[in-house]
Design a protein around this ligand. Structure first.
Ligand code: GLY
Length: 345
């Protein structure tokens, strides 16, 4: 079992561990036996017998279920099953389940404990760690929520054996993001071990997931509330969220982030913030994994209003993250939307 500590510099008593291993699903659920389970319907269907005898709310997941309606249903489930202030919610599923469950835990009785059991690559390397919780509201993504750190994160790589290829790639985009932002060595390894990564070799999975969690833990330790360095984790997400919205969510998050990272860096190159080498190396890795690097806007009004609604935008303009060199991230604030309109032509 690998263990990675997420230390919160300002609130050391709320620090927690990420436990990472293969084949400990059953043990993990037993450790949480006294809790209230929120389970993704696909995961539930697969592991139904493990949930027998456990108070479980089964969530049909789609981006639409990350909604106020689902949030209320989870609160009702907690209430109807007698969850008190010392109760604990265990979110078993992908990012939607984790974000929604975390937000319900943050709000119910002004905050109860919760545990993240991520079952997709995307949620293992990103959303389950760091305490961002929330739902989509009035057609904007993640714009209602709270910072509420989990008590623990249990990652069992065996869940990835049953993940479909598209969902696996969805998570790999975020894995590439960590390399581009923080480690050229890790980035190069993703190119060298591309076949093993795509074959989901057990040792490679443990290596990449623990490295990503370690990098994310470092960032969250320094900047829990995204006042500084945590902004870097939004690389690819400003353009990416606009792509997701404009496509009516037909382009999944990771694929939108992949194109978003490339296009943000290309925009950065045109503005003199990024090196050509960084754009090319990023393109090479994205090609190796079969990601689209370009995006054709369907409706400019939808695309640019999604950009302007970005949570990082302020009166002075947009904040965009770049990887000026591979392994080094940087953000620039105050970027006028007009410049981006010109870029997209
Ligand atoms: N998903 C980006 C973050 O946790 O800050």
């Amino acid at each position: 079992m690998r263990r990675i500590r997420v230390e919160l510099e300002k609130r050391i008593d709320e620090s927690y561990d990420i436990h990472l291993s293969a084949d400990f699903i059953e043990e993990m659920l037993t450790r949480c036996d006294d809790g209230f389970f929120l389970a993704d319907s696909a995961v539930y269907a697969f592991y139904e017998e493990l949930f027998q005898g456990r108070k479980t709310f089964v969530l049909e997941t789609s981006e639409k279920s990350k909604s106020m309606e689902s949030f209320i249903k989870v609160l009702e489930f907690l209430h109807d099953n007698g969850c008190r202030r010392d109760g604990k919610l265990i979110a078993v599923g992908g990012g939607i389940t984790g974000d929604l469950g975390g937000f319900a835990a943050a709000s119910y009785m002004r905050g109860i404990d919760y545990v993240q059991v991520p079952t997709t690559l995307l949620s293992m390397v990103d959303s389950s760690v760091g305490g961002k919780t929330g739902i989509n509201f009035l057609s904007s993504k993640n714009n209602v929520g709270a910072f509420h750190q989990p008590q623990a994160v249990y990652i069992d790589t065996d869940f990835l054996r049953t993940l479909d290829d598209e969902e696996y790639l969805n998570g790999l985009a975020e894995v590439i993001k960590y390399g581009a932002l923080f480690s050229a060595v890790f980035f190069d390894m993703l190119l060298e071990k591309r076949d093993a990564v795509l074959e989901r070799k057990a040792d490679v999975l443990l290596e990449i997931i623990s490295e990503c969690c370690r990098m994310k833990a470092e960032v969250v330790k320094e900047d829990e509330k995204e006042q500084g360095v945590r902004k870097l984790l939004n690389f690819g997400h400003t353009f990416g969220h606009a792509i997701e919205t404009d496509s009516g969510f037909a382009v999944k998050h990771g694929f939108a982030v992949a194109a978003g990272m490339y296009l943000e860096n290309l925009f950065g190159l045109r503005q003199g913030y990024c090196s050509e080498e960084s754009v090319n190396r990023l393109g090479e890795v994205l090609d190796a994994y079969g990601f689209e690097k370009e995006y054709k806007i369907k409706d400019t009004d939808v695309f640019f209003s999604a950009l302007s609604a970005d949570k990082k935008a302020d009166k002075k303009g947009l904040t965009i993250v770049f990887a000026p060199e591979i392994g080094k991230g940087e953000w620039i604030s105050g970027i006028k939307p007009g410049l981006i309109k010109d870029f997209f032509g």
